[in-house]
Design a protein around this ligand. Structure first.
Ligand SMILES: Cc1ncc(COP(=O)(O)O)c(C=O)c1O
Length: 381
């Protein structure tokens, strides 16, 4: 390419870079520029390692023993699961998960983000509607955006608003909620949602990312609702301290995903290490209930101090409303200067004006750490 076309192409490239730079500059000005930084050093009140499993030497030894016994667990899958990348190990793990959760079928994916993308991009069709809680995770919203279905939001945990929409919509309807909301730390009214979904013949899909492990196999299992719910997404990158996710549903839905869902079809399968770790993680969790009890004791200790939190009394996620980007960031940085690692959730992660400090409690936090943290916050706000 020579002359004018080349010049034109260079102009567009330059123009693109100017645009990208402007967007980044805008974020820098607002103090919301995201950066990949080395791990922080300090006391963890921000990770999703609720039960401390990532630091558990016994669990690590258990996994190492398996790897030593079967080194082929480490090999790559060699292709899509639909070509050369499926294994007996993976299928056994899925059968194990289906049995544990009392569903017909389970499908493992490399992450919760991909699980929600896989489901919501492929199952809702033209003429269908996806009704999403306004605070449902981005992965659900991104997935639904790729589907041809209509998308509507209902006010957070507002059953009246949801019912009003259910009365209006035509075609198949999908309701997307989280059992424990990641930025609010409050629970969905699962029994009422299930009843409403069944009354209107809608499919309820529950994302259990933050409840799995903290409450056994999740709140759907705890409330014995699995059979009444269309599908559940459980993730393993949080309380289980690993990675990956499973979609739990009926055989038809899982088979449909295998046939029509791009994130399942057009990607190399996970390796067997992934499946083995998850299976062992379930065993470990079943035989080690102390971390979940310690976590609840720590949540109680945090709540005893009476900070103005938006969250539920049993939630490991406790959020304090600190409106304004600079106020929320200031508190987070102040805590960091004292070695306490928390997360300032600011827009665009949350709505403008609804900024907050998000504190994640863990089984391994000491009472002293919790008291120090809350004292610093109380003096600051
Ligand atoms: C509610 C919810 N769903 C799904 C995900 C995505 O899960 P993963 O981190 O495994 O991709 C997250 C992660 O932040 C989440 O909070």
């Amino acid at each position: 390419m020579t002359g004018l076309p080349l010049l034109k192409k260079k102009y567009f490239m330059l123009n693109t870079l100017v645009r990208l730079n402007q967007a980044l500059e805008d974020r820098t000005q607002k103090d919301i520029l995201r950066r990949l930084k080395p791990p922080d050093k300090g006391i963890d009140f921000y990770s999703n390692d609720y039960l401390g499993f990532t630091q558990n030497v016994l669990l690590q030894e258990m996994l190492l023993k398996e790897i030593n016994k079967q080194p082929y667990l480490l090999k790559g899958a060699t292709g899509s699961r639909l070509i050369s990348g499926n294994t007996d190990f993976m299928m056994e793990a899925e059968a194990f998960l289906a049995k544990k959760h009392g569903v017909e079928s389970a499908l493992l994916l490399p992450s919760g983000y991909l699980a929600n993308m896989a489901f919501f991009s492929s199952i809702p069709q033209h003429g269908d509607t996806v009704l999403m809680d306004e605070f449902v995770h981005r992965s659900v919203r991104d997935g639904a955006r790729l589907s041809p279905a209509r998308r509507l939001k209902f006010a957070h945990n507002d059953l009246n608003h949801l019912e009003k929409l259910l009365k209006e919509v035509k075609g198949s309807c999908f309701i997307a909620v989280e059992s424990l909301y990641s930025m609010e730390g409050d629970f969905a009214p699962l029994e009422e949602l299930t009843e409403l979904a069944n009354r209107y013949q809608a499919c309820l899909i529950v994302d259990e990312a933050h409840a799995f492990g903290v409450f056994g196999y999740g709140l759907v299992a705890k409330k014995n609702l699995q059979k009444k719910i269309f599908a559940t997404v459980v993730t393993y990158g949080k309380a289980l301290g690993m990675h990956g996710a499973a979609i739990l549903s009926n055989q038809t839905t899982i088979s449909y995903l295998v046939n029509f869902s791009s994130p399942v079809i057009y990607t190399t399968g996970s390796n067997d290490l992934h499946a083995m770790s998850i299976k062992k993680g379930y065993d470990f969790m079943e035989h080690n209930s102390t971390p979940a009890q310690n976590l609840q004791n720590n949540i109680r200790e945090f709540r005893r101090i009476g900070l103005p939190t938006l969250s539920d009394a049993q939630s490991p996620i406790q959020t304090l409303p600190i409106p304004g980007i600079s106020a929320a960031k200031k508190l987070q940085r102040h805590l960091m200067s004292k070695r306490f690692l928390t997360f300032a959730a600011v827009s665009p992660t949350v709505k403008e004006g609804e900024e907050r400090l998000r504190i994640c409690l863990h089984a391994f936090n000491s009472k002293e750490e919790i008291n120090q943290l809350t004292n610093i916050i109380r003096d600051f706000i």
